[in-house]
Design a protein around this ligand. Sequence first.
Ligand SMILES: [Zn+2]
Length: 127
Amino acid sequence: MARKTQASRYDKLRQRLRAEEGQLQHEIERLRAEAPALAEERKGAGFSTHMAEDAWGSYEREHGLGLEERLSALLAEVRHTLEKFERGTYGICDSCGKEIPFPRLEARPQANLCLECQAKKERAGRP
Ligand SMILES: [Zn+2]
């Protein structure tokens, strides 16, 4: 009985992740569709080829690529989490194998680490 309750709680999170996966995919496709058009506009605006490339390069860094990379990273995270559902390991920390507390999953369904491991990872990632 308890297991059943747990499964349906997780089901809601899975639905949220599925919706997020679709949304991210859509956003990434939209960005990719827009990027070449913007590059063309800039070429036609009277820049020399070299300058246009420079301008486009910095535009990419500021708006296009950075955002696309962030969205792709999020999408990869969401997909990894959905795979955990397939394997029946959802809600288990990738690093230490402990159960991730439900309130944390509810706040962030794509959490793959428990708070302890997340904190460790963030400390390690800091310069
Ligand atoms: Zn952990």
